[in-house]
Design a protein around this ligand. Sequence first.
Ligand code: GLP
Length: 233
Amino acid sequence: MKVIIVKDQNEGGKEALKLYENEMQNGAKVFGLATGSTPITTYEELVASDLDFSDCVSVNLDEYVGLTPDNDQSYHYFMNEHLFKYKKFKHSYVPDGTNMDAAAETARYDKIIEKNPIDLQLLGLGRNGHIGFNEPGTPFDSTTHKIKLTQSTIDANSRFFNREEDVPKEAYSMGIGSIMTAKHILLEAYGDKKAEAIQKMVQGPVTTDVPASVLQNHPNVTVIIDEAAAALL
Ligand code: GLP
């Protein structure tokens, strides 16, 4: 695991851009993308760059169950606002939160991942060490599945909603096994609320109690964190 410590999230976005430029020069065409506040500066840098994704495919990590793409809290909406309306991809895939048939939706999404092997997977980090929406306890070999959000994730994400009861309680998420098939993984984390999860991810035992600790088993992981998130290392 290569850990890059930056001053702040803006600098982190600039570091991430270098990595995207490098990957694209080396022929990367399939990008696994993430939502949340963490990747925002990375998307700003990608948008401001002259990188051309028109020949590329994006595959997003997760989506809330029950939210339509035009709901401003959906991850579809987030991706349109932060990236897709500025940078066109050949195809952009996001799990369909409106498909209430979980077996059909997760099988459909697994096929998409299989057909589009991910060159670079971007990840944020939950305060409890989750990646995508893979909460503690998720098996390391999991593929796309429907999950129930933990109370700590509902609490953390309620800041984006008007009322806590509006936060969806379920989501579709790419599995940990699917994430681990990516050739290169870039995880970003900023702020002191992520320090404990970063410490466990980098230095702790590899355990399903801390989903991100599985990244210790991947041969090509880059971690970009600020000083606050690195405080316990
Ligand atoms: C959500 C997302 C994750 C994200 C995490 C952290 O749970 N499903 O993909 O990494 O939140 O969010 P933030 O970047 O806003 O701290």
